[in-house]
Design a protein around this ligand. Structure first.
Ligand code: ZN
Length: 153
């Protein structure tokens, strides 16, 4: 067993309180929503049910429902948007995966205690009224990971 896995196994034995109920959404970076939406609607047959600008994150989002999971398309609204930087560096494509948790604040605290590098130390408002926080991909095997809580459930 490699040392890294052994180390993980030791860490994972610690108490585990956070419960992930499902994949809330998959975030996909696109240059322009109007160019991307027709693929999802006309080729895959999904329906875009919401377009929302999240000024805080300098993105415009479009949502599709697949079972209880959403596809979230993210278009940068500014050159300073992290989505613009992502597309510049890696091109369009999957940007992050978001897990639904009961309590985003507790989940972020728990991740921090377990040594995960946090992008958000406390939850903030995301699209669709969710409270969200990101984990750094350096601590998550290269996958930008978002934890979301739906306060309206
Ligand atoms: Zn997201």
């Amino acid at each position: 067993m490699c040392f890294f896995l052994y180390f993980c196994a030791l860490k994972c034995k610690k108490r585990f309180v956070m419960q992930i109920s499902h994949i809330e959404h998959i975030g996909i970076a696109v240059k322009r929503l109007e160019d991307a939406i027709p693929y999802y609607e006309n080729i895959l047959g999904m329906k875009c049910y919401s377009i929302e600008e999240v000024a805080d994150q300098k993105v415009k989002t479009a949502f599709f429902m697949v079972g209880q999971t959403k596809i979230e398309l993210l278009e940068p609204t500014s050159e300073e948007s992290t989505i613009a930087a992502f597309i510049e560096k890696r091109g369009e494509g999957i940007h992050h995966i978001a897990f639904c948790v009961d309590n985003a604040e507790n989940a972020l605290n728990e991740m921090g205690e377990k040594g995960v590098r946090l992008i958000d130390k406390a939850p903030r408002a995301g699209a669709e009224g969710l409270m969200i926080g990101f984990l750094h991909p350096k601590s998550t095997g290269g996958v930008l990971t978002e934890l979301c809580e739906n306060p309206n459930k």
